[in-house]
Design a protein around this ligand. Structure first.
Ligand code: DON
Length: 566
Protein backbone atom coordinates (compact mmCIF):
# COMPACT_ATOMS: atom_id res chain seq x y z
CA UNK A 1 0.00 0.00 0.00
CA UNK A 2 1.27 3.42 -0.85
CA UNK A 3 2.47 5.38 2.18
CA UNK A 4 -0.02 8.17 1.61
CA UNK A 5 -2.96 5.69 1.78
CA UNK A 6 -1.56 4.14 4.94
CA UNK A 7 -1.22 7.57 6.49
CA UNK A 8 -4.79 8.38 5.55
CA UNK A 9 -6.06 5.18 7.20
CA UNK A 10 -4.05 5.91 10.38
CA UNK A 11 -5.45 9.42 10.39
CA UNK A 12 -9.03 8.16 10.03
CA UNK A 13 -8.47 5.59 12.78
CA UNK A 14 -7.05 8.29 15.05
CA UNK A 15 -10.04 10.55 14.34
CA UNK A 16 -12.41 7.65 15.07
CA UNK A 17 -10.63 6.83 18.36
CA UNK A 18 -10.68 10.48 19.44
CA UNK A 19 -14.37 10.77 18.57
CA UNK A 20 -15.14 7.59 20.50
CA UNK A 21 -13.18 8.77 23.55
CA UNK A 22 -15.00 12.10 23.35
CA UNK A 23 -18.39 10.40 23.12
CA UNK A 24 -17.53 8.16 26.07
CA UNK A 25 -16.34 11.12 28.09
CA UNK A 26 -19.71 12.86 27.57
CA UNK A 27 -22.13 10.04 28.32
CA UNK A 28 -21.39 8.64 31.69
CA UNK A 29 -23.37 8.01 34.79
CA UNK A 30 -21.13 6.44 37.42
CA UNK A 31 -18.58 9.06 38.27
CA UNK A 32 -16.24 11.66 36.86
CA UNK A 33 -12.82 13.10 37.59
CA UNK A 34 -11.64 16.27 35.94
CA UNK A 35 -8.01 17.35 36.19
CA UNK A 36 -5.14 18.63 34.10
CA UNK A 37 -3.62 15.15 33.77
CA UNK A 38 -5.30 12.15 32.16
CA UNK A 39 -3.13 9.82 34.24
CA UNK A 40 -4.25 11.50 37.48
CA UNK A 41 -7.91 11.54 36.38
CA UNK A 42 -7.71 7.80 35.65
CA UNK A 43 -6.21 7.24 39.11
CA UNK A 44 -9.35 8.84 40.58
CA UNK A 45 -11.67 6.74 38.44
CA UNK A 46 -9.82 3.59 39.47
CA UNK A 47 -10.39 4.47 43.14
CA UNK A 48 -14.12 5.02 42.48
CA UNK A 49 -14.27 1.65 40.72
CA UNK A 50 -12.65 0.01 43.76
CA UNK A 51 -15.59 1.26 45.84
CA UNK A 52 -14.06 4.51 47.04
CA UNK A 53 -16.08 7.71 47.23
CA UNK A 54 -15.38 11.15 45.71
CA UNK A 55 -13.19 12.07 48.68
CA UNK A 56 -10.98 8.97 48.37
CA UNK A 57 -10.74 9.68 44.65
CA UNK A 58 -9.86 13.35 44.96
CA UNK A 59 -7.07 12.62 47.44
CA UNK A 60 -5.59 9.91 45.19
CA UNK A 61 -5.88 12.26 42.21
CA UNK A 62 -4.24 15.07 44.19
CA UNK A 63 -1.19 12.98 45.09
CA UNK A 64 -0.98 11.68 41.52
CA UNK A 65 -1.03 15.27 40.21
CA UNK A 66 2.00 16.03 42.40
CA UNK A 67 3.81 13.49 40.21
CA UNK A 68 2.25 13.89 36.77
CA UNK A 69 1.47 17.63 36.73
CA UNK A 70 4.46 19.09 38.58
CA UNK A 71 3.97 22.70 37.46
CA UNK A 72 0.89 22.96 39.67
CA UNK A 73 -0.01 19.62 41.28
CA UNK A 74 2.09 19.51 44.41
CA UNK A 75 2.97 18.43 47.89
CA UNK A 76 5.07 21.57 48.43
CA UNK A 77 2.19 24.04 48.09
CA UNK A 78 -1.33 24.47 49.37
CA UNK A 79 -4.95 24.84 48.36
CA UNK A 80 -8.62 24.71 49.20
CA UNK A 81 -11.34 22.06 49.10
CA UNK A 82 -14.99 22.92 48.56
CA UNK A 83 -17.26 19.91 48.78
CA UNK A 84 -20.86 18.84 49.15
CA UNK A 85 -21.62 15.46 50.69
CA UNK A 86 -24.25 12.98 49.57
CA UNK A 87 -26.12 13.72 52.79
CA UNK A 88 -26.37 17.40 51.93
CA UNK A 89 -23.58 19.08 53.90
CA UNK A 90 -21.32 21.75 52.37
CA UNK A 91 -17.73 21.76 53.56
CA UNK A 92 -14.61 23.78 52.91
CA UNK A 93 -11.07 23.05 54.02
CA UNK A 94 -8.27 25.62 54.01
CA UNK A 95 -4.86 24.01 53.47
CA UNK A 96 -3.25 27.21 52.26
CA UNK A 97 0.44 27.78 53.03
CA UNK A 98 1.31 29.84 56.12
CA UNK A 99 3.97 32.51 56.51
CA UNK A 100 6.93 31.14 58.49
CA UNK A 101 7.45 32.49 62.02
CA UNK A 102 10.60 34.30 60.84
CA UNK A 103 8.76 36.24 58.11
CA UNK A 104 8.24 40.00 58.44
CA UNK A 105 6.30 42.71 56.69
CA UNK A 106 9.10 44.29 54.69
CA UNK A 107 10.86 41.07 53.70
CA UNK A 108 10.40 41.62 49.95
CA UNK A 109 11.48 45.29 49.92
CA UNK A 110 14.98 46.24 48.80
CA UNK A 111 17.21 48.87 50.40
CA UNK A 112 15.25 51.61 48.59
CA UNK A 113 12.01 50.29 50.00
CA UNK A 114 10.88 48.97 46.61
CA UNK A 115 9.18 45.61 46.00
CA UNK A 116 11.85 43.14 44.87
CA UNK A 117 10.06 40.82 42.48
CA UNK A 118 12.97 38.38 42.23
CA UNK A 119 13.19 37.77 45.97
CA UNK A 120 9.39 37.56 46.23
CA UNK A 121 9.12 34.97 43.49
CA UNK A 122 12.41 33.17 42.96
CA UNK A 123 14.08 32.85 46.36
CA UNK A 124 13.65 30.27 49.10
CA UNK A 125 12.14 33.11 51.15
CA UNK A 126 9.19 33.08 48.78
CA UNK A 127 7.98 29.75 50.20
CA UNK A 128 5.22 29.50 52.74
CA UNK A 129 4.89 26.43 54.97
CA UNK A 130 3.29 23.80 52.70
CA UNK A 131 -0.25 22.67 53.49
CA UNK A 132 -1.16 20.16 50.79
CA UNK A 133 -0.14 16.96 52.56
CA UNK A 134 -1.92 17.94 55.76
CA UNK A 135 -5.04 18.95 53.81
CA UNK A 136 -5.29 15.86 51.63
CA UNK A 137 -4.76 13.53 54.59
CA UNK A 138 -7.43 15.36 56.59
CA UNK A 139 -9.93 15.02 53.72
CA UNK A 140 -9.26 11.30 53.49
CA UNK A 141 -9.48 10.79 57.21
CA UNK A 142 -12.67 12.83 57.74
CA UNK A 143 -14.64 12.18 54.54
CA UNK A 144 -13.08 9.13 52.85
CA UNK A 145 -15.19 5.96 52.65
CA UNK A 146 -12.82 4.07 54.93
CA UNK A 147 -12.75 1.26 52.37
CA UNK A 148 -9.25 2.06 51.15
CA UNK A 149 -6.08 2.43 53.18
CA UNK A 150 -3.72 5.39 52.84
CA UNK A 151 -1.22 3.01 51.21
CA UNK A 152 -3.81 2.10 48.58
CA UNK A 153 -4.68 5.75 47.95
CA UNK A 154 -1.01 6.67 47.51
CA UNK A 155 0.04 3.56 45.56
CA UNK A 156 -0.64 5.00 42.07
CA UNK A 157 1.26 8.23 42.79
CA UNK A 158 4.19 6.23 44.16
CA UNK A 159 4.07 3.96 41.10
CA UNK A 160 4.25 6.87 38.64
CA UNK A 161 7.05 8.55 40.59
CA UNK A 162 9.08 5.35 41.00
CA UNK A 163 8.65 3.87 37.52
CA UNK A 164 8.03 7.07 35.61
CA UNK A 165 5.15 8.36 33.57
CA UNK A 166 4.88 9.22 29.90
CA UNK A 167 5.21 12.93 29.30
CA UNK A 168 2.53 14.41 27.03
CA UNK A 169 2.92 17.32 24.62
CA UNK A 170 1.76 19.93 27.15
CA UNK A 171 4.21 18.78 29.82
CA UNK A 172 7.12 18.42 27.38
CA UNK A 173 6.48 21.96 26.12
CA UNK A 174 6.29 23.30 29.64
CA UNK A 175 9.50 21.54 30.80
CA UNK A 176 11.34 22.98 27.78
CA UNK A 177 9.93 26.46 28.34
CA UNK A 178 11.27 26.54 31.91
CA UNK A 179 14.63 24.89 31.13
CA UNK A 180 16.70 28.01 31.92
CA UNK A 181 14.95 28.59 35.21
CA UNK A 182 15.27 24.92 36.22
CA UNK A 183 18.99 25.22 35.51
CA UNK A 184 19.43 27.68 38.38
CA UNK A 185 18.75 25.07 41.09
CA UNK A 186 20.69 21.84 41.59
CA UNK A 187 17.77 19.78 42.87
CA UNK A 188 15.46 20.98 40.10
CA UNK A 189 18.04 20.53 37.37
CA UNK A 190 18.57 16.85 38.27
CA UNK A 191 14.89 16.04 37.77
CA UNK A 192 13.50 18.37 35.15
CA UNK A 193 16.37 18.91 32.74
CA UNK A 194 17.56 16.21 30.40
CA UNK A 195 20.30 16.41 27.82
CA UNK A 196 18.00 16.96 24.87
CA UNK A 197 14.71 18.77 24.82
CA UNK A 198 11.71 16.89 26.19
CA UNK A 199 9.29 15.42 23.66
CA UNK A 200 5.92 13.78 23.87
CA UNK A 201 6.49 10.09 24.79
CA UNK A 202 9.55 10.61 27.00
CA UNK A 203 9.44 9.06 30.46
CA UNK A 204 10.27 11.00 33.62
CA UNK A 205 11.22 9.10 36.78
CA UNK A 206 11.16 10.85 40.21
CA UNK A 207 12.76 8.43 42.70
CA UNK A 208 13.19 10.94 45.54
CA UNK A 209 9.56 11.97 45.23
CA UNK A 210 8.55 8.29 45.33
CA UNK A 211 10.46 7.91 48.61
CA UNK A 212 8.79 11.00 50.06
CA UNK A 213 5.35 9.69 49.09
CA UNK A 214 6.23 6.31 50.63
CA UNK A 215 7.05 8.00 53.93
CA UNK A 216 3.67 9.77 53.80
CA UNK A 217 1.93 6.46 53.06
CA UNK A 218 3.69 4.87 56.03
CA UNK A 219 3.59 7.64 58.63
CA UNK A 220 0.85 10.03 57.46
CA UNK A 221 1.47 13.68 58.42
CA UNK A 222 4.54 12.72 60.41
CA UNK A 223 6.13 11.32 57.25
CA UNK A 224 6.23 14.86 55.83
CA UNK A 225 6.13 17.38 58.68
CA UNK A 226 8.57 15.45 60.88
CA UNK A 227 11.54 13.12 60.40
CA UNK A 228 13.60 12.82 57.23
CA UNK A 229 11.51 15.05 54.96
CA UNK A 230 11.24 17.83 57.56
CA UNK A 231 15.04 17.61 57.97
CA UNK A 232 15.53 17.92 54.21
CA UNK A 233 13.16 20.91 53.94
CA UNK A 234 14.92 22.74 56.77
CA UNK A 235 18.37 21.87 55.36
CA UNK A 236 17.25 23.25 51.98
CA UNK A 237 16.07 26.45 53.71
CA UNK A 238 19.20 26.87 55.80
CA UNK A 239 21.51 26.42 52.82
CA UNK A 240 19.63 28.95 50.73
CA UNK A 241 18.39 31.70 53.03
CA UNK A 242 14.85 30.30 53.35
CA UNK A 243 12.81 30.85 56.51
CA UNK A 244 10.88 27.65 57.21
CA UNK A 245 11.90 25.98 60.48
CA UNK A 246 11.17 22.58 62.04
CA UNK A 247 8.73 24.24 64.42
CA UNK A 248 6.84 25.80 61.46
CA UNK A 249 6.40 22.35 59.97
CA UNK A 250 5.34 20.81 63.28
CA UNK A 251 2.80 23.59 63.83
CA UNK A 252 1.15 23.42 60.41
CA UNK A 253 -2.51 22.46 60.45
CA UNK A 254 -5.25 22.85 57.86
CA UNK A 255 -8.54 24.41 59.00
CA UNK A 256 -12.21 23.80 58.18
CA UNK A 257 -13.82 27.15 57.44
CA UNK A 258 -17.45 27.93 56.84
CA UNK A 259 -17.85 28.04 53.04
CA UNK A 260 -19.27 31.30 51.67
CA UNK A 261 -22.78 30.68 50.44
CA UNK A 262 -25.02 32.82 48.26
CA UNK A 263 -27.95 32.42 45.95
CA UNK A 264 -28.23 33.21 42.29
CA UNK A 265 -31.74 32.91 40.90
CA UNK A 266 -32.87 29.37 41.80
CA UNK A 267 -29.37 28.15 42.60
CA UNK A 268 -27.20 28.08 45.69
CA UNK A 269 -23.55 28.96 45.19
CA UNK A 270 -21.07 27.39 47.62
CA UNK A 271 -17.51 28.61 47.42
CA UNK A 272 -14.28 29.28 49.29
CA UNK A 273 -14.14 32.03 51.88
CA UNK A 274 -11.04 33.79 53.24
CA UNK A 275 -8.14 33.35 53.07
CA UNK A 276 -9.44 33.12 49.53
CA UNK A 277 -11.13 36.15 48.08
CA UNK A 278 -12.64 34.05 45.29
CA UNK A 279 -15.91 32.89 46.82
CA UNK A 280 -16.90 36.23 48.34
CA UNK A 281 -16.16 38.06 45.10
CA UNK A 282 -18.02 35.60 42.88
CA UNK A 283 -21.11 35.82 45.10
CA UNK A 284 -20.85 39.61 45.33
CA UNK A 285 -20.63 39.88 41.53
CA UNK A 286 -23.50 37.42 40.97
CA UNK A 287 -25.60 39.49 43.40
CA UNK A 288 -24.89 42.55 41.26
CA UNK A 289 -25.54 40.80 37.94
CA UNK A 290 -28.81 39.34 39.25
CA UNK A 291 -30.29 42.82 38.92
CA UNK A 292 -29.93 42.67 35.14
CA UNK A 293 -31.50 40.51 32.49
CA UNK A 294 -28.36 38.64 31.44
CA UNK A 295 -30.31 36.12 29.39
CA UNK A 296 -31.18 38.84 26.93
CA UNK A 297 -27.56 40.04 26.67
CA UNK A 298 -25.41 38.20 24.18
CA UNK A 299 -22.24 36.76 25.71
CA UNK A 300 -19.31 39.12 25.01
CA UNK A 301 -21.57 41.82 23.53
CA UNK A 302 -20.73 45.46 24.34
CA UNK A 303 -23.48 45.66 26.93
CA UNK A 304 -22.43 42.37 28.58
CA UNK A 305 -18.70 43.17 28.77
CA UNK A 306 -19.41 46.70 30.01
CA UNK A 307 -21.64 45.40 32.81
CA UNK A 308 -19.17 42.68 33.71
CA UNK A 309 -16.29 45.16 33.85
CA UNK A 310 -18.16 47.63 36.04
CA UNK A 311 -19.19 44.77 38.35
CA UNK A 312 -15.62 43.45 38.55
CA UNK A 313 -14.25 46.94 39.22
CA UNK A 314 -16.39 47.27 42.34
CA UNK A 315 -15.63 43.79 43.65
CA UNK A 316 -11.84 43.97 43.20
CA UNK A 317 -11.75 47.40 44.91
CA UNK A 318 -13.30 45.66 47.93
CA UNK A 319 -10.85 42.77 47.66
CA UNK A 320 -7.83 45.04 48.01
CA UNK A 321 -8.99 46.57 51.28
CA UNK A 322 -11.36 44.19 52.96
CA UNK A 323 -9.99 40.68 52.63
CA UNK A 324 -7.23 38.76 54.38
CA UNK A 325 -6.58 35.68 56.49
CA UNK A 326 -9.58 35.35 58.84
CA UNK A 327 -7.25 34.32 61.68
CA UNK A 328 -5.77 37.82 61.51
CA UNK A 329 -8.38 40.03 59.92
CA UNK A 330 -12.05 40.67 60.36
CA UNK A 331 -13.45 39.99 56.89
CA UNK A 332 -16.83 41.65 56.22
CA UNK A 333 -18.18 38.58 54.44
CA UNK A 334 -21.76 39.22 55.45
CA UNK A 335 -21.56 42.67 53.91
CA UNK A 336 -19.76 41.60 50.73
CA UNK A 337 -22.13 38.74 50.00
CA UNK A 338 -25.41 40.47 50.91
CA UNK A 339 -28.00 41.36 48.27
CA UNK A 340 -28.50 44.80 49.91
CA UNK A 341 -24.81 45.69 49.64
CA UNK A 342 -24.82 44.69 45.96
CA UNK A 343 -27.83 46.95 45.41
CA UNK A 344 -26.13 49.83 47.20
CA UNK A 345 -22.92 49.46 45.14
CA UNK A 346 -24.98 49.12 42.00
CA UNK A 347 -25.73 52.83 42.15
CA UNK A 348 -22.09 53.39 41.12
CA UNK A 349 -22.62 51.59 37.81
CA UNK A 350 -23.69 53.56 34.77
CA UNK A 351 -24.67 51.56 31.70
CA UNK A 352 -23.70 54.57 29.51
CA UNK A 353 -20.08 55.04 30.45
CA UNK A 354 -17.16 53.40 32.24
CA UNK A 355 -16.51 54.76 35.72
CA UNK A 356 -12.74 55.36 36.07
CA UNK A 357 -11.23 53.06 38.71
CA UNK A 358 -9.68 56.13 40.35
CA UNK A 359 -13.22 57.19 41.24
CA UNK A 360 -14.06 53.84 42.80
CA UNK A 361 -12.95 52.93 46.30
CA UNK A 362 -13.86 49.99 48.48
CA UNK A 363 -17.33 50.10 49.99
CA UNK A 364 -18.36 50.45 53.60
CA UNK A 365 -21.40 49.13 55.38
CA UNK A 366 -23.38 51.75 57.23
CA UNK A 367 -25.42 49.47 59.47
CA UNK A 368 -23.11 46.58 60.22
CA UNK A 369 -19.66 48.06 60.69
CA UNK A 370 -18.42 45.11 62.77
CA UNK A 371 -18.66 42.86 61.05
CA UNK A 372 -0.03 27.90 37.84
CA UNK A 373 -2.52 26.49 39.97
CA UNK A 374 -4.79 23.63 39.10
CA UNK A 375 -8.40 22.78 39.76
CA UNK A 376 -9.50 19.16 39.98
CA UNK A 377 -12.78 17.67 40.99
CA UNK A 378 -14.68 14.45 41.45
CA UNK A 379 -18.36 13.59 41.40
CA UNK A 380 -19.52 10.15 42.43
CA UNK A 381 -22.80 8.35 41.83
CA UNK A 382 -23.94 8.73 45.43
CA UNK A 383 -23.95 12.53 45.19
CA UNK A 384 -20.63 13.39 46.82
CA UNK A 385 -18.86 16.23 45.06
CA UNK A 386 -15.38 17.49 45.85
CA UNK A 387 -13.39 20.22 44.14
CA UNK A 388 -9.86 21.31 45.00
CA UNK A 389 -7.87 24.22 43.67
CA UNK A 390 -4.22 23.91 44.57
CA UNK A 391 -1.05 25.70 43.61
CA UNK A 392 2.62 26.37 44.05
CA UNK A 393 1.65 29.94 42.97
CA UNK A 394 3.58 30.43 39.70
CA UNK A 395 4.34 27.45 37.45
CA UNK A 396 6.72 25.16 39.35
CA UNK A 397 6.56 27.62 42.30
CA UNK A 398 9.96 29.17 42.94
CA UNK A 399 11.48 26.41 40.75
CA UNK A 400 13.43 25.04 43.72
CA UNK A 401 13.26 21.34 44.55
CA UNK A 402 13.90 20.23 48.12
CA UNK A 403 17.03 18.32 47.29
CA UNK A 404 16.74 14.66 48.22
CA UNK A 405 12.96 14.90 48.74
CA UNK A 406 12.15 15.47 45.07
CA UNK A 407 9.35 18.04 45.31
CA UNK A 408 9.06 21.68 44.28
CA UNK A 409 8.57 24.54 46.71
CA UNK A 410 5.85 27.16 46.42
CA UNK A 411 6.38 30.92 46.07
CA UNK A 412 3.06 31.74 47.71
CA UNK A 413 4.51 34.49 49.95
CA UNK A 414 4.18 36.79 46.91
CA UNK A 415 0.39 36.58 47.28
CA UNK A 416 0.74 38.86 50.28
CA UNK A 417 0.75 42.58 49.73
CA UNK A 418 4.49 43.26 50.11
CA UNK A 419 4.07 47.02 49.94
CA UNK A 420 0.77 48.88 50.32
CA UNK A 421 -0.71 49.67 46.93
CA UNK A 422 2.03 47.93 44.91
CA UNK A 423 0.94 45.04 42.69
CA UNK A 424 2.15 41.46 43.18
CA UNK A 425 2.85 38.99 40.34
CA UNK A 426 -0.81 39.29 39.30
CA UNK A 427 -0.92 43.07 39.60
CA UNK A 428 -3.14 42.67 42.65
CA UNK A 429 -2.72 45.36 45.23
CA UNK A 430 -3.55 45.21 48.91
CA UNK A 431 -3.11 46.92 52.22
CA UNK A 432 -3.12 45.95 55.92
CA UNK A 433 -5.61 43.10 55.54
CA UNK A 434 -3.08 41.19 53.47
CA UNK A 435 0.25 42.46 54.84
CA UNK A 436 2.90 39.84 55.66
CA UNK A 437 2.82 38.62 59.26
CA UNK A 438 4.26 35.45 60.78
CA UNK A 439 1.83 32.48 60.71
CA UNK A 440 -0.61 34.33 58.42
CA UNK A 441 -2.02 32.89 55.19
CA UNK A 442 -1.68 35.04 52.05
CA UNK A 443 -4.92 36.14 50.38
CA UNK A 444 -5.79 33.91 47.44
CA UNK A 445 -7.97 34.19 44.36
CA UNK A 446 -8.58 30.45 44.12
CA UNK A 447 -12.28 29.82 43.73
CA UNK A 448 -13.35 26.18 43.97
CA UNK A 449 -17.12 26.48 43.61
CA UNK A 450 -20.12 24.16 43.74
CA UNK A 451 -23.63 24.95 42.51
CA UNK A 452 -26.62 23.32 44.18
CA UNK A 453 -30.12 23.03 42.75
CA UNK A 454 -33.18 23.74 44.87
CA UNK A 455 -33.16 20.15 46.17
CA UNK A 456 -29.77 20.80 47.78
CA UNK A 457 -28.08 18.53 45.21
CA UNK A 458 -24.78 19.49 43.63
CA UNK A 459 -25.09 19.94 39.88
CA UNK A 460 -21.79 21.59 39.10
CA UNK A 461 -18.24 21.86 40.39
CA UNK A 462 -15.87 24.31 38.79
CA UNK A 463 -12.64 26.18 39.47
CA UNK A 464 -9.65 27.56 37.65
CA UNK A 465 -5.98 28.45 37.58
CA UNK A 466 -4.75 31.91 36.62
CA UNK A 467 -4.19 34.17 39.64
CA UNK A 468 -6.46 37.21 39.75
CA UNK A 469 -8.20 36.01 36.60
CA UNK A 470 -9.57 32.91 38.33
CA UNK A 471 -12.44 34.79 39.94
CA UNK A 472 -13.69 36.49 36.78
CA UNK A 473 -13.32 33.26 34.80
CA UNK A 474 -15.42 31.30 37.30
CA UNK A 475 -18.01 34.09 37.22
CA UNK A 476 -18.25 34.03 33.42
CA UNK A 477 -18.50 30.23 33.34
CA UNK A 478 -21.32 30.31 35.90
CA UNK A 479 -23.19 32.93 33.87
CA UNK A 480 -22.70 30.94 30.66
CA UNK A 481 -24.19 27.85 32.30
CA UNK A 482 -26.86 29.35 34.56
CA UNK A 483 -28.03 32.19 32.30
CA UNK A 484 -27.11 31.18 28.80
CA UNK A 485 -27.74 27.45 29.14
CA UNK A 486 -24.36 26.23 27.85
CA UNK A 487 -22.94 22.92 29.01
CA UNK A 488 -19.76 23.10 31.05
CA UNK A 489 -17.37 22.19 28.22
CA UNK A 490 -18.70 24.96 25.96
CA UNK A 491 -18.96 27.39 28.87
CA UNK A 492 -15.27 26.85 29.68
CA UNK A 493 -14.22 27.20 26.06
CA UNK A 494 -16.13 30.45 25.48
CA UNK A 495 -13.60 33.31 25.14
CA UNK A 496 -13.34 35.56 28.17
CA UNK A 497 -12.54 39.10 29.27
CA UNK A 498 -11.05 40.20 32.58
CA UNK A 499 -10.74 43.36 34.63
CA UNK A 500 -9.75 43.85 38.26
CA UNK A 501 -10.27 47.53 39.23
CA UNK A 502 -6.55 48.25 38.92
CA UNK A 503 -5.09 48.45 36.35
CA UNK A 504 -8.12 50.22 34.88
CA UNK A 505 -8.26 48.02 31.79
CA UNK A 506 -10.30 45.32 30.14
CA UNK A 507 -8.05 42.43 29.12
CA UNK A 508 -9.62 40.36 26.39
CA UNK A 509 -8.86 37.08 24.68
CA UNK A 510 -8.47 37.56 20.93
CA UNK A 511 -11.61 35.68 19.95
CA UNK A 512 -13.77 37.25 22.65
CA UNK A 513 -14.54 40.65 21.17
CA UNK A 514 -15.35 41.75 17.64
CA UNK A 515 -13.76 44.93 16.24
CA UNK A 516 -17.15 46.58 16.52
CA UNK A 517 -17.52 45.64 20.20
CA UNK A 518 -14.01 46.90 20.94
CA UNK A 519 -14.88 50.21 19.29
CA UNK A 520 -18.17 50.47 21.18
CA UNK A 521 -16.47 49.73 24.51
CA UNK A 522 -13.90 52.44 23.77
CA UNK A 523 -16.77 54.81 23.14
CA UNK A 524 -18.00 53.96 26.65
CA UNK A 525 -14.55 55.14 27.88
CA UNK A 526 -13.05 51.72 28.54
CA UNK A 527 -9.38 51.04 27.92
CA UNK A 528 -8.79 47.68 26.31
CA UNK A 529 -5.73 45.48 26.09
CA UNK A 530 -5.43 42.09 24.35
CA UNK A 531 -4.59 39.50 27.02
CA UNK A 532 -0.96 38.38 26.62
CA UNK A 533 -1.79 35.02 28.16
CA UNK A 534 -5.03 33.13 28.55
CA UNK A 535 -7.71 34.36 30.93
CA UNK A 536 -7.44 31.48 33.39
CA UNK A 537 -7.66 27.76 32.75
CA UNK A 538 -10.72 26.06 34.12
CA UNK A 539 -11.82 22.52 34.89
CA UNK A 540 -15.05 21.14 36.21
CA UNK A 541 -17.88 18.63 36.07
CA UNK A 542 -21.58 19.15 35.47
CA UNK A 543 -24.33 16.68 36.30
CA UNK A 544 -27.11 16.99 33.76
CA UNK A 545 -29.98 14.57 33.24
CA UNK A 546 -28.14 11.92 35.27
CA UNK A 547 -24.97 12.14 33.20
CA UNK A 548 -21.60 13.62 34.05
CA UNK A 549 -20.21 16.10 31.57
CA UNK A 550 -16.61 17.12 32.07
CA UNK A 551 -15.16 20.49 31.20
CA UNK A 552 -11.48 20.85 30.53
CA UNK A 553 -9.95 24.08 29.33
CA UNK A 554 -8.24 23.95 25.97
CA UNK A 555 -6.23 26.96 27.13
CA UNK A 556 -2.84 25.69 28.29
CA UNK A 557 -3.48 22.13 27.06
CA UNK A 558 -2.07 20.68 23.89
CA UNK A 559 -3.48 17.25 24.65
CA UNK A 560 -7.23 17.82 24.80
CA UNK A 561 -9.61 16.90 27.61
CA UNK A 562 -7.73 15.16 30.41
CA UNK A 563 -10.83 14.22 32.40
CA UNK A 564 -12.16 10.69 32.85
CA UNK A 565 -15.60 9.29 33.45
CA UNK A 566 -17.13 5.84 33.66
O1 DON B 1 -3.73 31.76 45.36
C1 DON B 1 -3.69 32.50 44.39
O2 DON B 1 -4.56 33.29 44.11
C2 DON B 1 -2.51 32.38 43.44
N1 DON B 1 -1.36 31.89 44.16
C3 DON B 1 -2.88 31.52 42.29
C4 DON B 1 -1.77 31.37 41.28
C5 DON B 1 -2.23 30.91 39.98
O3 DON B 1 -3.38 30.68 39.75
C6 DON B 1 -1.18 30.76 38.95
N2 DON B 1 -1.71 30.02 37.86
N3 DON B 1 -1.73 30.11 36.79
Amino acid sequence: MKNSYKNLIYLLLAIFATWQAWELSRDNTNGAVSSTSKIASDVGIDILQQGGNAFDAIVATGFALAVTSPSNGNIGGGGFLVAHTADGKSVSLDFREKAPRLSYQQMFLNENGDYDRTVALESHKSSGVPGTVNGLLKILNDYGSGKLTLEEILAPAIHYAENGFIVNTTTAYSFNAYRDQFGKDNGTKKIFIKENEWTNGDVIVQKDLANTLRLIAQFGNKGFYEGKIADLIVEEMNKNGGLITKQDLLDYDSVYRAPVVGTYKDYTIVSMGPPSSGGALVIQMLNTLENFDLKSMKRNSTEFVHLLTETQRLAYADRATHLGDPDFWNNPIEMLTSKEYAKERLTLISMNTATPSSEIAHGTWKDKESVETTHYSVMDKKGNVAGITTTLNLSYGNKKVVDGAGFLLNNEMDDFSSKPGVGNAFGLIGFDANAIQPFKRPLSSMTPTIVLNNNNEAILTVGAAGGARIITAVLQILVSILDHGLEIDEAIDTPRTHSQWLPDQIFYEKESLSKKTIQELKELNHTLEPAKYSIARSHGIQLKNGKFITGSDKRGSRDGNQASTY
